[in-house]
Ligand binder design. Structure first.
Ligand SMILES: Nc1ncnc2c1ncn2[C@@H]1O[C@H](COP(=O)(O)OP(=O)(O)OP(=O)(O)O)[C@@H](O)[C@H]1O
Ligand SMILES: [Mg+2]
Length: 345
């Protein structure tokens, strides 16, 4: 008796929902035959799966019917999350059905300029003629409304939230759902529910890119987004100094674990150009982004200077891409956007 005979016999055992043979979809593994004793693994979502009893019963029945088989032993193992999602892909959330690409902007720690870059990269993509949405998913401190000078709350239509249009972007922020000064602190399952709402119950409509400003680090909200959007590219923001890099390395590791693609790194507050000197002053050190890129094989898409216009743009609601679209810094944002288009388009 050989493995082929066992596999042939097992072709008859189908997954009740998928109507495909367990052998063909890889749910039966590690077949071993010793004399007449057959052992194999059955991979299920969990050991408590309601299918467990039925499927083991069927496996025992078809193999038991082979004259050479004296005993059958089935061990249940669990499918990895990726395997499970591959076998049972989730229906896309209603609000984002027509969104072609998701780009989440992430960082290892707070205050490195994630929102600033999310906003200006979104504007740079829009300038190149793409339809772009911006979702402020920073549950701890939504700052997109201030950076884009939006004070109105979001409107609703047919039970769906309607994004606010400004500077050519479709914008939704948690800071636009209630009083602007209210502190939003969401935890655990609430976060995941709320993220699903922001993705699923917003009329995003047809978009080429939905740029998502994640909260700093890799806590619940980032994981919830990763789970809701398995095909989301990550843009990692860092500053040149070593401390920020250690956090960013940890975050990269976690995103890799959840199977997300990191399209590139952006080094922010890279250097300062003063009026007195033509030499860039590297306030936070030199070359951190480049070293990180070499070490991780993630391309460095650009380095943004520390510039007073960027800070002012953030405070007065008119981002640099709008107030100074022809500046040298705006050109850097355009280059970053082009590289993102090349890698994701
Ligand atoms: N390149 C820059 N030059 C000057 N100021 C900058 C630059 N990048 C960001 N800033 C300023 O630094 C502050 C923090 O930036 P930002 O809010 O974008 O960071 P963040 O990573 O989103 O922070 P948080 O973790 O709180 O969400 C803001 O006041 C912003 O205007
Ligand atoms: Mg922010």
């Amino acid at each position: 008796m050989d493995e082929k005979q066992i596999k042939d016999a097992l072709q008859a055992v189908l997954h009740p929902k998928l109507k495909k043979s367990l052998i063909d979809i890889g749910m039966i593994r590690n077949i071993s035959i010793k004399g007449g004793a057959v052992t194999l693994s059955l991979a299920l979502k969990s050991d408590r799966s309601p299918l467990k009893k039925v499927l083991i019963g069927e496996i025992e029945k078809v193999l038991g019917a082979l004259p050479e088989v004296s005993s059958v032993q089935v061990e249940v193992i669990t499918l990895s999350r990726e395997e499970f999602e591959h076998l049972f892909p989730k229906a896309p959330l209603k609000g984002i059905e027509k969104v072609k690409h998701f780009l989440a902007v992430a960082s290892g720690k707070g205050g490195v300029g994630k929102t600033t870059i999310a906003v200006n990269v979104a504007l740079a993509l829009a300038k190149q003629g793409y339809k772009v949405g911006l979702l402020d998913a920073d549950v701890y401190g939504p700052s997109v409304p201030v950076m884009l000078g939006i004070s109105e709350a979001l409107a609703q239509e047919d039970n769906m939230i309607v994004p606010k249009e400004k500077y050519g972007l479709q914008i939704v922020s948690l800071g636009m759902t209630a009083g602007q000064n209210e502190a939003f602190i969401w935890r655990g399952p609430l976060v995941s529910k709320m993220i699903h709402q922001l993705l699923g119950q917003v009329k995003w409509g047809e978009l080429d890119y939905l740029v998502i400003d994640l909260p700093p680090g890799t806590g619940d909200p980032s994981i919830a987004i990763a789970q809701a959007l398995p095909r989301c590219s990550i843009l990692m923001i860092t500053t040149p100094q070593e401390v920020a890099l250690a956090d960013v390395r940890r975050a990269i590791g976690l995103f890799h674990k959840t199977g997300q693609t990191i399209v590139g790194l952006v080094e922010n507050m890279s250097y300062f150009l003063s009026n007195q000197s033509t030499q860039p002053i590297e306030i936070f050190g030199h070359g951190g982004g480049k070293r990180l890129s070499q070490e991780t094989d993630i391309p460095l898409l650009g380095a943004i200077p520390l510039a007073i216009e960027i800070r002012q743009g953030g405070d007065n609601g008119v981002p640099l891409m709008v107030s100074a679209p022809d500046s040298a810094t705006a050109a850097i944002f355009q280059t970053i956007a082009k590289k993102i288009l090349d890698k994701t388009g």
